[in-house]
Design a binder for this molecule. Structure first.
Ligand SMILES: Nc1nc2c(ncn2[C@@H]2O[C@H](COP(=O)(O)OP(=O)(O)OP(=O)(O)O)[C@@H](O)[C@H]2O)c(=O)[nH]1
Length: 597
């Protein structure tokens, strides 16, 4: 155990965590250079394309230190985006230390602080690392000041690296071995292991990722999950070394996987305790933070026949993504589907993309909503997160909406623009302070409903990428809400309805109609699009009739080319949903939320 180090890398998004992980992996030589490609831990296609880390991955690196001893370094990769704080917290619970990575050109940002606080909650030893020192604009002294002033860490401990150029990596490996403590735990005690992740392998069933705290586990053992008392026989245990590397046993202090023929995906819960069935440990671990979804939206298959496939896909995805919540849902316009809860908009997009790519489904996603607390006239209370289920306004006594405390860090020159953006979103400025002479931390209280959709994108664009943002949930507060209905060709489409603040409802209605006019292709008849509040039409647009003749351009008799074009048109239709007589494209359902500001 003395030769094990369990650690994570935490950082603000884009500060170079994945690149640094790659370097550490490369320098310990577990994969041949020719098999190496960038961002090896980001195994999902979406991660590689967007260059962000979503799922935490673990890798066990063998390392011979300068003291001549062999060490096992378990690196647990964590995501950096605000939506995924929950994954970070789970990973940290299995570590003794963390590398806090700061970009030498950007300095400390909102997520650097948020992640540092999480690491402190888990009592981790923290090593500051200043990355990207190869860049001409790197300012190491300035970052060191921030590490001392903003983070309260000792800047002399900071290791300087360039993950891209491979500078400082050897020094960093030595610091990990010398500064981070080995795991504590009793190898002789009954087995006690903590599940921190799991994924589904189509051939082997559920693969459980866990940290062994006490005792040991080997193939053939009979184990029990303490939360639900489900019992299984272990088929295989091993280490993650990019691929799974089977081992005879996993012992106290180690991080690895277990395969135990687990078919019921709901049996494995992150944060649960695994022990031996016959000789259990006395107490389970305390629970992890439950991930609470804050954005809700419905998913429907474009082809109604695909409902069963969607159901299976969501169940499998849930195993990989503990934060995803779902329940059955149905819509008059769209048929059967699922109402899902997400950690934020990025999480929603990632789930949609994974369902479409990994399970080959074509989906409709409805406009996201937050959850509202209602008091009804008859004294009952109700929680509504689906506009389609919003009761008649005459039955409602009062409505409360969720608020957040937003922490925004920007260079001083963007203060005015950020202030304007937050005011437009009904924000209240509670406080601001200078972190350094030119950087400002601004605290706002904002309604979550105004933030979920495109706030972060807007903030990035008005601050030219310099603004960073993090938030905590506050309580629900009284608000004045109305339901905005959308009618397409005279028919109310429940999946397009939204709940909006009364003062903004008319403007939102107009905007939604305009967007839909752009999104819905012309058809053979005229289509009116209307927005209504409680039966009163507040906006209207019309799509004029038109037949899209894709073969018009190919005069002459080239029949094969004509056929090709018609095929292409048919394919395009697959992403359309028939609602009444009108074909609505997938993108239209989200477009109603886009604001014009
Ligand atoms: N010049 C320079 N660029 C770097 C260095 N380290 C990382 N980068 C670049 O910075 C960008 C972001 O790096 P990533 O490793 O993807 O950042 P990340 O923190 O893992 O981002 P998330 O996974 O999304 O949290 C990439 O374009 C890297 O090539 C470095 O030391 N020097």
């Amino acid at each position: 155990m003395k030769n094990i180090r369990n650690f994570s890398i935490i950082a603000h998004i884009d500060h170079g965590k994945s690149t640094l992980s790659d370097r550490l992996i490369q320098s310990t030589g577990i994969i041949a250079d020719r098999d190496f490609h960038d961002q090896i831990l980001d195994s999902m296609d979406i991660e590689r394309e967007r260059g962000i880390t979503i799922k935490s991955q673990t890798v066990c690196l063998p390392y011979r230190a300068s003291d001549g001893k062999e060490y096992s370094l378990n690196l647990i990769d964590t995501p950096g985006h605000v939506d995924f704080t929950y994954e970070v917290s789970r990973a940290l619970a299995s570590c003794e230390g963390a590398l806090l990575l700061v970009d030498a050109t950007q300095g400390v940002e909102a997520q650097t602080l948020a992640n540092l606080y999480l690491a402190m909650e888990h009592n981790l030893v923290i090593i500051p690392v200043i990355n990207k020192i190869d860049l001409p604009s790197a300012n190491v002294e300035w970052v060191k000041e921030q590490i001392a002033d903003d983070l309260g860490l000792d800047p002399f401990d900071a290791v300087l690296t360039s993950a891209k150029e491979g500078m400082g990596i050897d020094e960093l490996l030595e610091v990990i071995v010398t500064k981070l403590p080995p795991p504590a735990g009793d190898p002789e005690a009954p087995l006690k292991a903590r599940i921190f992740d799991s994924h589904y392998d189509p051939y082997r069933g559920t693969v459980v990722h866990m940290r062994i705290v006490d005792g040991a586990i080997k193939a053939g053992d009979e184990i029990r999950f303490m939360s639900n008392n489900a019992v299984y026989r272990v088929e295989e245990v091993g280490l993650f070394q990019i691929i799974r590397n089977p081992q005879k046993t996993l012992k106290a202090g180690q991080v690895g996987y277990m395969i135990a023929g687990i078919k019921t995906v709901s049996d494995t819960r992150c944060g649960d305790t695994v022990t031996h069935h016959k000789k259990p440990c006395t107490r389970a671990f305390g629970g992890f933070h439950e991930a609470k979804p804050v954005v809700f939206s419905s998913l429907y298959p474009v082809a109604s026949d695909d409902y069963e496939e969607l159901a299976t896909a969501i169940e499998k995805l849930k195993l990989n993504d503990a934060a995803l919540m779902y329940e059955k849902d149905s819509s008059a316009a769209l048929g059967f589907g699922f109402r899902c809860g997400f950690l934020g908009m990025l999480h929603l997009e990632v789930v949609q993309e994974r369902l479409e790519r990994e399970f080959d489904l074509s989906l409709i996603i409805t406009a996201p909503s937050v959850s509202y607390h209602l008091e009804l006239m008859d004294g009952e209370s109700l929680v509504v997160d689906n506009p389609a289920l919003y009761p008649d306004p005459t039955l409602i006594q009062s409505v409360k909406e969720p608020f957040i405390k937003a922490n925004i860090i920007v260079p001083e020159r963007y203060m005015g623009a950020v202030m304007k953006l937050c005011m437009e979103r009904r924000g209240i400025n509670r406080n601001y302070q200078y972190l350094t002479s030119s950087r400002l931390e601004m605290i706002f209280e904002l309604p979550l409903g105004e933030v979920v959709y495109d706030f972060y994108d807007k903030l990035k664009s008005i601050t030219q990428g310099y603004g960073s943002f993090d938030y905590d949930m506050l309580e629900h507060r009284e608000t004045n809400l109305v339901k905005l209905d959308i009618l397409v060709n005279g028919e109310k489409v429940d999946a397009l309805a939204q709940l909006v603040h009364k003062d903004k409802a008319e403007a939102r209605g107009r905007m939604a109609c305009e967007r839909l006019r752009e999104e819905i292709p012309r058809q053979q008849f005229k289509i009116p699009i209307q927005a209504a509040i409680g039966g009163k039409i507040v906006a209207r647009e019309t799509i004029s009739a038109f037949r899209k003749d894709v073969t018009a351009k190919c005069y002459g008799g080239d029949i094969s080319r004509k056929r090709k074009l018609l095929e292409k048109q048919k394919k395009g239709k697959k992403r359309m949903k028939m609602v009444g007589q009108v074909e609505i494209p997938q993108s239209a359902f989200l477009s109603v939320l886009k604001t014009g500001d």
